[in-house]
Design a binder for this molecule. Structure first.
Ligand SMILES: [Zn+2]
Length: 65
């Protein structure tokens, strides 16, 4: 039983983006997209996870988890 064809919501699909730091292709998974939408972000991430973590760490030897 299907109904509401006119109000079909496009399902999110994983996006494949290119990291600006290492030029590696990385996946922007649906769960992360949903998080971005929740946060109101209107842009896609520019960095892969590892580069993002590297950036976040920056200098200093933080012991945060
Ligand atoms: Zn990267």
């Amino acid at each position: 039983m299907q109904q509401g064809e006119s109000s079909m919501v496009q399902p999110l699909t994983p996006l494949y983006l290119t990291c600006v730091d290492c030029n590696e292709e990385f996946v922007f998974p649906v769960s992360a997209q949903e998080y971005f939408i929740e946060q109101g972000y209107q842009h896609h991430p520019k960095r892969c996870k590892s580069c993002h973590n590297t950036h976040k760490r920056g200098d200093g030897n933080g012991s945060s988890h």
